[in-house]
Design a protein around this ligand. Structure first.
Ligand SMILES: [Zn+2]
Length: 209
């Protein structure tokens, strides 16, 4: 007489649901893995917003944004814990320089728009100009609209890295007034006014440069 026992365990990774079934039939063990996609949004138990499953850590009912908010508030409210966390973080960065650089590079490649937005907000505050940009307003082109050179997200402040240009500086960082151009184009543009640039061009042409 055959004896059958089934052990099933299931877990959710982003929008992928993995079900592992171990079937023991007499003395033989069969392992069956079911992979199913689940694209239904899940409602976060804190902010009550329906989010796609990729916005949740596996098996959590709280979205990533709320989790990071909670962790941040916990650290803020406990100075001793914050200090020890910062010390640990500094030590880790010191001991894992390569890993840190790799992580930074990966983050920059995936989040350069965010980096541009945060630095625009800081500059707007510094120069007391408007900044109404949102993340969706920043679209990094493949080539610089001025020099037609490829724009690279690998480095910060290199000639070919992306930068936000305020067409009219006094109008601040609004969607209409902001373009993404290469850092080099931005630096050269900011060195003078349009009239000055035109005078430089005529001077260069007159002298056969
Ligand atoms: Zn949430």
């Amino acid at each position: 007489m055959a004896t059958v026992s089934i052990i099933r365990s299931s877990c959710l990774y982003g929008s992928v649901n993995l079900t592992l079934s171990k079937i023991i039939l007499d003395d033989f063990l069969f392992v069956v893995i079911f992979i199913t996609m689940n694209d239904n949004p899940r409602v976060c138990k804190i902010c009550k917003m329906p989010e796609s499953l990729t916005e949740f850590s596996p098996e959590r009912r709280t979205c990533r944004k709320c989790v990071s908010k909670i962790n941040y508030q916990r650290l803020r409210s406990n100075p001793a814990k914050r200090k020890s966390f910062e010390t640990y973080q500094k030590q880790w960065e010191h001991d894992n320089n390569d890993a840190r650089s790799k992580y930074d590079l990966k983050w920059r490649r995936n989040n350069f728009e965010r980096l541009l937005l945060y630095s625009a907000r800081a500059r707007a505050k510094k120069y007391n100009v408007e900044c109404s940009l949102t993340l969706g307003d920043i679209i990094i082109p493949d080539v610089c609209p001025v020099f037609k050179t490829p724009i690279k997200k690998d480095l910060v402040n290199s000639n070919n890295s992306p930068s936000l240009d305020r067409m009219v500086p006094a109008k601040g960082y609004t969607k209409e007034n902001t373009h993404v151009i290469s850092c080099r184009a931005n630096i050269i543009k900011n060195c003078g006014t349009r009239a000055e640039h035109e005078m430089i061009v005529s001077y260069m042409k007159e002298n056969g440069c």
